[in-house]
Ligand binder design. Structure first.
Ligand SMILES: [Zn+2]
Length: 384
């Protein structure tokens, strides 16, 4: 696989800083970039020239304003490519993403719980993925893996994953050894948050939280423009905040966690217990027709999620709460109750101050997030 490896360490810290500034603030002229990085324009031009030669940076539109025309520098979407893999599904999707987060190729591989087997499966699936875009393969600049669980701050080891049954598994190293590609792993919701910061609607927002609504509820925070990991990689785990004291048992061993009331899985299980259909959309339709049991389930779940989001707002005062969901919808009773509960449970001066946006995402969300982790590390450089 070594022919696919691109030596990330070839980028100097100044080059990485320039790429990072453009990634965070968009295209700018050399003059503006030099000022923001505290460099002379000559030094700035030298760095830019090298990055343009590497194909990572490109000159874009010319702005005709007062004075001389100005050429803007932007990331070249085709300048670097990243592999993203999600270990949340079986078969596990692999995607190839450009520098803008656009997916240009995709494959799948079987999921295993054995880390060594996973590394082998990835090394076997990669040539098929890269064969779809041989030009991209030459510019491959990293590989990211998203999984359910806690990950250490070096994005090297899975500290704990209940879903995969892992404790202290050095997955990134195993994959790196098999593929020769710089590899980073990350918790699923954190990967989505990084991807939204790099490529999505949170690009210009320094403080925001992502809540991923799925069979489990994931959560991650950017604070001051940086992903906030916490001391053990577990920051933001609202799924296991107790929301109903002495409530239903949770797979984590506690009772009454948010996950037991408000996750898609919990909603479907409550519907099953009530003898109802288990499609989320079906429940919403029934609730709109006055089905008392459907109303009760969606109300209970929406209230719990709204209460947890109110806590998030109260703790962090974010500029945005972004709820991503593959399944389900937020334009019915569940979403309405969630918003009402969030509003009702924050201090009155906070009420209505924090935008809560919901975003329907496709099934690529986790793999794209994983590719975002690789892109993020390409921009910030390897953690020592
Ligand atoms: Zn729990």
């Amino acid at each position: 696989m070594s022919e696919f490896k691109r030596n990330v360490e070839l980028l100097t810290s100044s080059q990485q800083q320039l790429l990072r500034v453009i990634s965070q603030s968009g295209p700018h002229s050399r003059t503006v970039l030099a000022a923001s990085m505290g460099l002379s324009k000559a030094a700035m031009s030298g760095i830019a020239r090298d990055l343009i030669a590497l194909g990572v940076l490109r000159e874009t539109e010319t702005i005709y304003g007062q004075g001389r025309p100005s050429i803007l520098l932007d990331l070249n979407p085709e300048g670097a490519f990243f592999v993203g893999i999600s270990l949340l599904e079986d078969p596990a999707p692999l995607v190839l993403s450009d520098f803008n987060g656009n997916i240009v190729a995709r494959q799948t591989m079987p999921l295993s719980r054995d880390p060594e087997v996973i590394a082998t499966l990835i090394s076997e699936a990669l040539p098929k993925l890269l064969a779809e875009r041989t030009d991209a393969a030459r510019k491959l600049s990293g590989l990211g893996v998203a999984l359910s669980g806690f990950v250490d701050e070096r994005q090297e080891s899975c500290v704990k994953s209940t879903l995969l049954g892992w404790q202290d598994v050095p997955l990134a190293r195993l994959i790196r050894q098999k593929t020769g590609i710089e590899t980073f792993i990350e918790n699923d919701a954190k990967a989505v948050a990084v991807s939204e910061k790099l490529f999505g609607i949170a690009r210009d927002i320094r403080n925001f939280s992502v809540v991923s609504f799925d069979n489990g509820i994931g959560c991650a925070h950017f604070i001051g423009g940086e992903l906030y990991r916490g001391n053990h990689g577990g920051a933001g785990e609202i799924a296991h905040c107790t929301i109903e004291p002495n409530g239903s048992p949770c797979r984590c061993g506690k009772r009454g966690c948010l996950d037991t009331v408000a996750s898609l899985k919990a909603i479907k299980e409550m519907a099953k217990t009530e003898g109802l259909g288990q499609s989320f959309n079906w429940l919403e339709t029934e609730a709109s027709l006055g089905n008392a049991a459907a109303i009760r389930i969606l109300h209970r779940a929406g209230s719990a999620l709204g209460l947890a989001i109110a806590h998030l707002i109260q703790f962090n005062d974010p500029g945005l709460i972004l709820i991503t969901h593959v399944e389900g919808r937020f334009d019915g009773l569940f979403g309405t109750v969630m918003r009402q509960a969030a509003e009702a449970n924050v201090l009155p001066r906070y009420a209505g101050q924090t935008p809560i946006r919901t975003q329907h995402v496709d099934g690529d969300v986790w793999a794209r997030g994983a590719a975002g982790i690789a892109a993020h590390n390409f921009l910030i450089g390897s953690t020592p």
